[in-house]
Design a protein around this ligand. Structure first.
Ligand SMILES: *[C@@H]1O[C@H](CO)[C@@H](O)[C@H](O)[C@H]1NC(C)=O
Length: 163
């Protein structure tokens, strides 16, 4: 029997692979429409995760560090992010070329492993957005973000330079 860790199951649920059941964790699902081939988007995100894997890039504060790449291919990127106060969040990017335009539909999902946290100050959103911004994808010719407080816990409180 294959045992699927709960967070992989949650990520699959959140990505719409199964019935949409709300997991009891703080989370964020955001969608970016990016004017670049999905292969380039994948390479950019993976490189940024690797670049921010040590704690060094946070020596002056912020959370742009302590990322860990779990696995990646052209379609899926799995990673983890550990915050300064040792909260572990599981991340997934699902990349899909758009049919009708030269863009890559990038769905990002971040789920906190902690069960006792109801407030995250938008940290799950920032886990994803910081990678998208840091890798330069926000500067693509076409760039559109779909997110709100329903899709992303406390999105409107997000201060991605801090949390
Ligand atoms: C990419 O990884 C996912 C998740 O591990 C897997 O289901 C999928 O088949 C892989 N796709 C390719 C093209 O290897």
């Amino acid at each position: 029997m294959i045992v699927i860790p709960w967070f992989v199951a949650s990520l699959m649920v959140a990505s719409g692979a199964f019935l949409p059941v709300e997991p009891p964790h703080t989370m964020c699902k955001a969608i970016w429409i990016i004017g670049a081939p999905c292969g380039d988007v994948s390479v950019a995100l993976v490189n940024q995760i690797k670049m921010w894997s040590s704690a060094d890039s946070c020596s002056t504060g912020g959370e742009k560090c302590r990322y860990e790449l779990k696995s990646s291919n052209q379609t899926y990127i799995f990673a983890k992010h550990t915050t300064a106060d040792k909260e572990v969040d599981d991340l997934l990017f699902h990349l899909k070329p758009s049919h009708d335009s030269p863009t890559c539909r990038t769905v990002g999902i971040s789920i906190s492993e902690a069960l006792d946290r109801v407030s995250d100050n938008g940290a799950n959103y920032c886990n994803l957005f910081n990678l998208v911004e840091g890798s330069g994808l926000t500067k693509a010719k076409i760039f559109k973000e779909i997110t709100n407080d329903f899709m992303c816990n406390e999105r409107s409180l997000a201060k991605c330079e801090v949390y």
